[in-house]
Each structure stands twice: as C-alpha cells, then as structure tokens.
Design a protein around this ligand. Structure first.
Ligand code: AMP
Ligand code: MG
Length: 417
C-alpha cells in the first residue's frame, strides 16, 4: 500500500502509543460542558441535563376530537332529533351546558360542554332549523379527549441525558417550557498552519498548496454537533502561532490545529502549544495519523481547553479527527454514544498495512448477502480523494500486515447518527 506520509516508516515500535491508549488518555480527560439554559431551537440536538416534568395535565381540559355536536349519549341514539342550543369553538372560555335531548355545535379542540358525554361527528348528523338529526348511535366517551390524555400532571416527560429531537422540542413546549437546561454545543476553533498554505481562491505561487484541512475539519466539527470557526491560515512562525492560538483559546471550548506536529525543522505547533499549556506530543501506532499532540491550555478565568494538534496531511487530519476529536466533541456535548456505528465487512480485495500500526483505510461498501468492502483507490495520506468516496474506515489491527480478500474486517461507518 502506497503511503505519502513522511513519517510512516522505520519507526521504533517501542515509541508508539496504541490507538486505544491515546483515545483513553483523550476521553478520560474530557467531561461534558457545564449545562446552560437555552431556548428550544438552540437546545434542539443538545443533550438534556435535567429531568423535565409536567406541572399540569396535557391537555388540561377535556376537549372534542371532532367537529360535530356535543350530546348526552343516552338521549342521542340513531334517529333521535335533538334541539340545537348553542355552539363552542376552539378557544372558547366558558364551556356551554348540554341537557338530555340537546345538542351543542362543537369544533375540534373546543372544551366539552358541561353535561355532555359524547360528540356526534358532523358526518353522521343533519342540521335543520335548529334541530339535529342523528344517524349513528354514539357511545359515551366517543370523540372526547380527556384531560391528561397525553401527559399526567407530575409525570416525567423527558429524562436527563436524552438528546433532544424534534418531538422532544414539541413536548417541552407542550408542558410549558420555552427553555431547557442542556449541555451546549462546543465552540471549536480550527487553525491550519503552514507556510505553504493558500486560501481556496488564491492564485498559487510556486510551492504553495491550498489549505484543505481547516475546511475539512471545520465541516467535521459542525457535523459532530459543534459550532466551529475556521481561522485564517497561520504561517510556521512562533509568534504568529502563539497569537493565533491565544486568540482562539479566548473563546473556544476546543482548539483543533493541523500541521506542524511532525519532526521537521518548522514544525513549531507542538512547541507553541506546549508553551501555552499542558500539551503532550505522541506517536500513535496508526496510519495515517501517527504524530498527535493533545492536552489542555488554561487561560485566565476559564476552564482548561482541550487542544488537538493533528498532523498536516489531509487524510491524516481527517482520520485523526474521526478517531480522537469526534468522540471527544461528543463527550463535551454530554453524549455517551461516542463512536460511529460499526459493521463487519468481507474484503473484496487484499489490503496491506504497516507493521505495529493500526490502519484506517477508506473503503466503499456494498451490501449483498453480507457487507463487502473495497479500498477507495490509493490510500496515501495526501490523497483526499480516498476520503471523498469513503463509506467507512476499515480498521486493520496492528498485528496484521496483510489481509486477504475474503477476510472480514471491522468498518466504522462514516454516517451521522
Ligand atoms: P506537516 O504536518 O505540517 O508536516 O504537513 C504534512 C503535509 O501536509 C505537508 O505536505 C503539508 O504541505 C500538508 N499540509 C499541511 N497542512 C495542510 C493543509 N491545511 N491543507 C493541505 N495540506 C496540508
Ligand atoms: Mg507544516
């Protein structure tokens, strides 16, 4: 398998930290963001940090489920002629009264008149000159929605830890809540570093490439539920890096950088991060994505901010985000389902993987009697096309250097959940 990553070969295996170990270090140090009250639309998609109970019955009065006539069922059998004595619409303040032999015109959602015990739908009644003729015998309770039909006063409708979906947002409104206590969306600052980087629409000068990582990573952070901000490109310069990181750390709940964590002369990111806070550099036994910086920076009057220094190769940054940053972002949001769904898939072609490292290969999937996987073409860490086509990441364990066609591998699905 080709790899254009610079530091993938000739690594002393004793220097490597395993993927699980690095994930454990990252995830064990991250706790959910302090809950705050947000209005319903801001809270949508966030994890609830309180139990929500109903103060009153929902609905809190007995109402009609149909347009029709409120009646006393016993006196309104098939063929009966009733006296029309009034009308109640939805929103009516004082409920009418119905006596045996009477009918009150009623609309869906209107309070059931005192004395009535059934609604005869308009479809089975005829109204003429103040009289209502009934064509089908009602039973007591027909088309009546009792108070508390949906929710009983005192009932817990949503429990802490639940991720708020659309129906939950409606339920909050239904029990009289315009706000909810939730873990907020993390604000993520994304910074690409490198002297060679240019903006997408810039005309490239010799030696320049376009900055792709800040775009990919910002989009990935958004997809992971964060509010992400892309910074302008920062050159390989100690002062510029320090200023950019300090600026980002002044508002962010997480900093994600790319580039500058390898062994090159101008790989200053790890030095600058280590100067700002407690950030360590690791060689993780994975491909792509071996060099990883992770740690915390504490600014005055603020909580420690987790910082990820991801390698610069576009696929390395992409995979590193998937494996380490995305689960961390989900934990910040109070989510407990940190990982992508995974499946087993049968390889349609042999795959190679470096010794002592877990490979995360980009694969397309095909479903037949079982799932089948094949690589998305060349898998070099600079080949972003391999991620564009990917349905998932096939994980090849570190003790394997070759996996044959027909063997089964674990694939992490690159789908939102
Ligand atoms: P580095 O991790 O800084 O040594 O970069 C490794 C490789 O990734 C180099 O070829 C860089 O030019 C490339 N690279 C670094 N940052 C980016 C970026 N933001 N977008 C695209 N390529 C990048
Ligand atoms: Mg660089």
């Amino acid at each position: 398998m080709a790899d254009s990553g610079a530091h993938s070969h000739h690594v002393d295996p004793d220097e490597l930290v395993s993927v699980e170990e690095h994930r454990r270090v990252v995830l064990s140090s991250i706790t959910p963001l302090e809950p705050i009250e947000l209005n319903l639309f801001e809270a949508h998609g966030c994890v609830l940090a309180e139990d929500v109970t109903a103060a009153a019955d929902v609905p809190n009065f007995t109402r009609s489920a149909m347009d029709g006539y409120a009646v006393v069922a016993e006196t309104a059998g098939r063929g009966a002629t009733l006296r029309l004595t009034g009308e109640v619409a939805a929103g009516a303040r004082d409920p009418a009264r119905v006596r045996p032999g009477d009918a009150v015109r009623i609309m869906t959602g209107a309070p059931i008149p005192v004395g009535a015990d059934a609604v005869v739908p308009v479809e089975v009644a005829e109204e003429h000159n103040g009289k209502v003729q009934v064509r089908a015998t009602p039973d007591a309770g027909d088309h009546i929605r009792p108070a508390g039909e949906d929710v009983r006063a005192g009932a817990t409708v949503l429990r802490s830890g639940r991720r708020l979906g659309a129906a939950d947002i409606g339920m909050l409104a239904s029990v009289g809540r315009g706000r909810a206590l939730v873990h907020p969306r993390p604000r993520v600052a994304v910074v690409s570093t490198g002297d060679e980087l240019a903006e997408p629409e810039a005309t490239l000068t010799p030696g320049q490439i376009r900055d792709t990582n800040s775009y990919t990573l910002t989009a990935m952070a958004q997809e992971a539920g964060a509010t992400a901000f892309r910074h302008t490109i920062v050159p390989d310069d100690r002062r510029a890096l320090t200023e950019a990181f300090e600026g980002a750390l002044s508002y962010a709940d997480m900093l994600v950088t790319s580039g500058g964590v390898s062994a090159g002369r101008y790989d200053l990111v790890k030095q600058v991060l280590a100067q700002l806070g407690d950030v360590a550099f690791s060689k993780v036994g994975m491909q792509p994505g071996m060099p990883q910086a992770f740690g915390f920076v504490t600014r005055p009057l603020s909580h420690p901010v987790p910082c990820f220094g991801l390698p610069g190769n576009p696929v390395s940054a992409f995979v590193s985000f998937e494996v380490f940053v995305r689960p961390a972002l989900r934990r910040l949001q109070g989510r407990t389902d940190l990982n992508r769904p995974r499946i087993s898939a049968v390889l349609e072609e042999p795959l190679r993987s470096p010794a002592h490292k877990v490979s995360f290969l980009r694969v397309t999937l095909r479903r037949d009697d079982v799932w089948y996987a094949r690589a998305t073409g060349p898998q070099g860490s600079g080949i972003l096309s391999s991620a564009v086509e990917a349905d998932g990441l096939a994980e090849i364990p570190s003790h394997r250097t070759e996996v044959a066609a027909g063997e089964t591998v674990v694939v992490h699905l690159l789908v939102s959940r």
